[in-house]
Design a protein around this ligand. Structure first.
Ligand SMILES: [Zn+2]
Length: 69
């Protein structure tokens, strides 16, 4: 009887976990945005926040200037 209860708890727990895991991506504010890498410090920033100069990508205007672009 105890084994049956444990099994039931495991099944419910598993279903709850799957429901939670499945819901998470849809509830997040920005779905998997492309990342850009700063050429100066190698930090990855969201594509929309990246600073660009010709073909060069930076995390901030400060690093764009620091790199000489
Ligand atoms: Zn940077």
């Amino acid at each position: 009887m105890l084994k049956l209860l444990l099994l039931l708890a495991a099944v419910i727990g598993g279903l709850w976990w799957f429901a939670r895991a499945g819901r998470r991506p849809r509830s997040s504010a920005s779905p998997a945005e492309a990342m850009a890498r700063c050429e100066y410090c190698n930090v990855h920033v969201p594509d929309s926040e990246a600073v660009r100069s010709d073909d060069h990508t930076f995390c901030s205007d400060e690093h764009r200037r620091a790199a000489g672009y």
